[in-house]
Design a protein around this ligand. Structure first.
Ligand code: GFB
Length: 339
């Protein structure tokens, strides 16, 4: 079960997808965990609220958690067989304490799941590209004795393993999100291309970026600097670019690109509308944003922009970057590569 917010969960999802194929088990598609303002417990949103299920089947067997719990669990996974998996004990006693805390408790409660036992799978790990490791899982946990492997945390790394980036091509927006994005683009950005930008700049991000100095591969930074920093250091400007640097970079992109008439701005906090409107006076460019914040619609629209500029450290940007890479669309990042 993934923890964190959307981009973070999407990274975990790709790893879990590879892992389920590696051990030749059907993947039960978990709901997305969302945290709503003012609500103490997480909300579970069905996987297919945003994404298609059929495209994933081109890669591996999957079933939504709702279908699984309704149609299959009553016979295959009766209540006395519900064992939670974790690497090693978590919290009090010798147990995974799979339901302790938020989002853990609310996640399983959404499906009325309680666990009768814990299973510690350490020292096995979930590197799906290690064939020997995958064999060990298959030998230790046969489907006959262990019909369902229910993990306390996603069996996947964050950020997403390099080998799994390509799996993004099996993730497709469902018709609802896709239609909304197409209609928005048609109604607001017709008759010219658009540059999509992601501005990650809320208070949580101010705090997160303070760690750049001591975390050279912070969050999604490997998408820029490499998993071992082989493509250079992470700078604070890559995490939290100055407004003046953002404006300069946007102007540079506009000069390089042809036929851009709009800038679509996605943000968790400050869209810099006024700054853009005054700086781009001479460009005949219109700035556009959604009227009401909608992360998934932002992502779907950014995925269709003629060009994209995003944030190296953000896994929200990383989703867009992967989505565009698998479509062959161009992207760049704030303040990277270093000039
Ligand atoms: O997606 P996410 O894991 O990316 O979490 P980061 C950021 C959340 O902020 C998203 C909102 O799920 C959205 O709810 N958000 C960010 C946005 N950018 C946008 C945007 O352009 N439009 C809209 N509508 N919403 C990390 C987390 O965030 O931030 C870490 O993954 C940690 O767990 C850290 O909390 C501080 O990688 O950007």
């Amino acid at each position: 079960m993934p923890k964190g917010r959307f981009g973070n969960q999407a990274d975990h999802f790709l790893g879990a997808l590879a892992f389920s194929k590696g051990i030749n088990r059907t993947l039960i598609l978990p709901p997305w965990v969302e945290y709503r303002f003012g609500e103490p417990k997480s909300t579970q949103v069905p996987f297919d609220t945003y994404f298609r299920v059929d495209t994933l089947k081109h890669y591996h067997r999957v079933i939504t958690m709702t279908s699984f719990m309704r149609d299959i669990a009553p016979t295959l996974w009766p209540e006395d067989k519900r064992i939670s998996f974790c690497y090693t004990k978590r919290g009090e006693g010798i147990s995974c304490n799979a339901k302790s805390g938020n989002p853990f408790g609310p996640f399983w409660d959404t499906f009325n799941i309680d666990f009768v036992e814990s299973e510690f799978y350490g020292p096995l790990n979930y590197d799906a590209h290690n064939v020997i490791m995958m064999e060990k899982w298959k030998q230790k946990y046969s489907p006959e004795d262990w019909p369902v492997l229910a993990f306390t945390g996603a069996p996947a790394s964050f950020p997403v393993q390099k080998e799994n980036l390509i799996l993004q091509k099996y993730i497709a927006w469902n018709d609802d999100i896709l239609n909304k994005s197409k209609i928005f683009i048609k109604e607001n950005m017709n008759g010219g291309g658009f540059l999509g930008i992601h501005l990650r700049n809320g208070q949580d991000w101010v705090k997160a970026c303070r760690h750049v100095k001591d975390s050279p591969t912070l969050f999604a930074a490997p998408q820029c600097v490499g998993y071992k920093n082989e493509r250079g250091p992470l700078t604070s400007s890559m995490c939290f670019p100055h407004k003046s640097d953002i404006i300069k970079q946007v102007k540079r992109a506009l000069k390089k690109l042809n036929d851009i008439k709009y800038i679509f701005i996605a943000s968790d906090s400050n869209y810099m509308m006024e700054e853009f409107n005054s700086a781009l006076d001479s460009f005949e460019i219109k700035t556009i944003k959604l009227q009401r914040s909608n992360p998934h619609l932002d992502l779907a629209i950014l995925g269709q922009a003629n060009y994209f500029i995003g944030n190296c450290v953000s896994s929200f940007t990383a989703f867009v970057k992967r989505d565009r890479d698998v479509q062959g669309l161009p992207s760049e990042f704030w303040s990277f590569p270093h000039r």
